[in-house]
Design a protein around this ligand. Structure first.
Ligand SMILES: C[S@@+](CC[C@H](N)C(=O)[O-])C[C@H]1O[C@@H](n2cnc3c(N)ncnc32)[C@H](O)[C@@H]1O
Length: 266
């Protein structure tokens, strides 16, 4: 594995890359980031040459986009962790809609929109009288473009009950087996670029889903983020985390665990 030495130090790389991309890698766990950067550089023939790699990033937009995607890891699916979406539908939403006639929802780190559209499908199918708005945000403009287009590949549906695919998508292209989300699901969703580590948060949310986004954030960055989520939620609002993400040791925040991975603002 290559390491960061001398003028090619990790600190210098981080500073230069922030200037280039706006992404501050100091908020991400250093060892994991180094591993990801080095593996990418090796596959692209830049092993060990950080200065050369940075220069290449400045002039090669394909390389830059691929690297950014590699660093931020935007793998996702509709109905990812299917059991948790059942809990969401059977337990979390019924309790919320008893208290509210409309819901303001945020999919934070939404990738290409699969999580936001999953929420829209569940609401449309099982809570048709509830009004809602969904904000999907991500730091990666390329995935947001895909989210707005709403065209997906077969692998995006690996966890999707077939019924939802049939009802809420149309076949976009038979040969490539791509599917287009119906416009009726798009109308209550807005996608917007945002860096969770540095940008301002809206408030008044009833649900914030932030799943599989913070895995590489430092503990300090997570502390700040969860506090900001808390401030952005209405009282009684729900934070939905990823299936490996807990708020253990963050009792001071004021969240109450409802059931695994769902936390209520007290
Ligand atoms: C693995 S995807 C998670 C998608 C979806 N939430 C899920 O659970 O399937 C992680 C997403 O977080 C985004 N991300 C990473 N760092 C971010 C940051 N600082 N601000 C906003 N989004 C970020 C990435 O671009 C990526 O699309």
């Amino acid at each position: 594995m290559a390491y960061f030495y001398g003028v090619d130090s990790y600190e210098k790389f981080v500073k230069e890359f922030q200037r280039l991309s706006g992404l501050d890698l100091n908020f991400y766990k250093e060892n994991q980031m180094k591993r990801r950067i080095n593996s990418f550089m090796t596959t692209r023939g830049h092993s060990g040459d950080y200065t050369g790699f940075l220069n290449a990033l400045k002039v090669n937009s394909e390389l830059y986009d691929a690297f950014f995607k590699h660093l931020t890891i935007n793998v996702t699916q509709f109905f990812r962790d299917a059991g948790l979406w059942e809990t969401f539908r059977e337990k979390i939403l019924p309790a919320l809609v008893q208290k509210r006639s409309s819901l303001k929802i945020w999919s934070a780190g939404c990738s290409a929109g699969q999580e936001a559209y999953t929420i829209a499908m569940i609401l449309t199918e099982y809570f048709p009288t509830v009004r809602y708005s969904i904000l999907g945000t991500d730091i990666d403009v390329n995935v947001l473009k895909r989210a707005r287009e709403g065209i997906y590949e077969e692998r995006d549906f690996a966890s999707t009950p077939p019924f939802f695919l049939e009802k809420y998508f149309t076949l976009a292209d038979k040969a490539s087996k791509t599917y287009q989300i119906k416009d009726s699901l798009k109308k209550n969703i807005t996608f917007r670029e945002q860096n969770l580590l540095t940008d301002h948060f809206e408030s008044g949310f009833d649900i914030i889903a932030c799943r599989n986004v913070v895995i590489y954030f430092t503990d300090e960055a997570k502390d700040i983020l969860y506090q900001k989520f808390y401030n952005s939620l209405n009282s009684g609002g729900i934070l939905f985390t990823g299936s490996t993400e807990h708020l253990f040791g963050r009792d001071n925040l004021g969240f109450k665990l409802i059931t695994s991975f769902f936390y209520e603002k007290q």
